[in-house]
Design a protein around this ligand. Sequence first.
Ligand code: NDP
Length: 419
Amino acid sequence: MGSTGKIRNSKGSVLVIGAGGVGAVAAHKCAQLTNVFEHVMLASRTLSKCANVRNEIRVKSGRDIQIASVDANKVPELVALIKKFRPDVIINAALPYQNLSIMDACLETGVHYIDTACHETPECIGFEYKAQWAYQDRFKTKGLMAVLGCGFDPGVTNVFAAYAQKNVFDEIHHIDILDCNAGSHGRHFSTNFNTEINLREITQPARYWKDGNWIEAPTILDKGCVHLPFDYPCVGTKDSYLLYHEEMESLVRHIKGLRRIRFWMTFSESYLTHLRVLRNVGLTGIDAVDHDGSKVVPVRFLQTLLPEPASLAPNYTGKTVIGNIMTGVKDNRKKSVYIYNVCDHAECYDEVCAQAISYTSGVPAMIAAMLIISGVWNDAGVFNVEQLDPDVFMDKLNAHGLPWQIVGREPFPEATGVV
Ligand code: NDP
């Protein structure tokens, strides 16, 4: 599905949009692979950020990438840049607000598309794939590929599910995705990826899917929130909170026989206390307020106060552990496996001047670009990652800095309360 498995051995050009934490990693990793990415360009609103990344890449890989300034909300600006640089594929590492404009520009110029986060709009809390899935016919007709949500989660977690469906189970019944950041950046409070997008996501009510229905639970900040301790490999036991996360929307469609899927993320007491206060005083709000005669969006003001995600990297220690526990049947016997990656913040910094959250998202986006350029993934249309052949992707994760483990284990525990 989604692949001929043929490798063309051809080179291509990639345009990375967004010079933040994730975009910088994608640019570094593409620049490392001269045999795949003949030309690499990084474009963002702020040219100086692109220049900083270009300088880092010179030091780390001895390679010069091209840089440009672009406002990715503006399709004509994007089209002009694409026509000048002529990439084969775009990695959208800007914000989910830009997904549709970049997809439009790809269609207009005949370029493949990859992103790492599901479309949403600044005005409304919430995200869903509907608007991007609606591009299916247009990408198919043009013979182009759009790969949605190809970071780590979403992204690698979808690949883990596809790999398990193809190679481990006859049918998967339960998936629990567990995202643990056991790192320390030494700040009182910070988000590990774009503050506005991150806080919009985690202050929503939690939601999971069971027997065809979405079931809502309190947010991670409210009484009755669902959480339990889980003993993660390498980092030990961490309290893990039920959250809604976008890969569940596509996995419930594409994993046959699925009965329940949940997503869990670790948070420290200190993080939750800070966030509860910020929310309670209105600083996570998305609606503009009047301040001294100007309109201010509280969460954007908060973002201005907090460190940029990429700036956390130099002093970050510890590890992330992200993976899926999946339970199902093989040859009529019940089976449960855990597939996961452990990533070390300081090692990411040594390699590409980044912290592990940016690294674990930028590397999969680079792998998707590599698989498209080399012809391994070559279907036309709009795809979530689990619809594409997972085997080569799993090999590339091992080869390019995100090695994974698969172990047999007990099914993930039931949780108390609504779950
Ligand atoms: P950052 O805030 O570090 O970077 C975002 C970048 O987007 C900024 O550098 C900004 O550019 C750029 N940008 C914003 N608006 C525009 C625009 N209109 N035109 C051009 N560039 C723009 O965020 P991250 O790098 O941490 O996250 C980037 C994306 O990756 C987010 O969508 C996030 O949700 C996603 N992500 C996905 C993960 C996954 O596992 N799937 C995990 C982590 C993040 P400038 O600074 O030049 O103004």
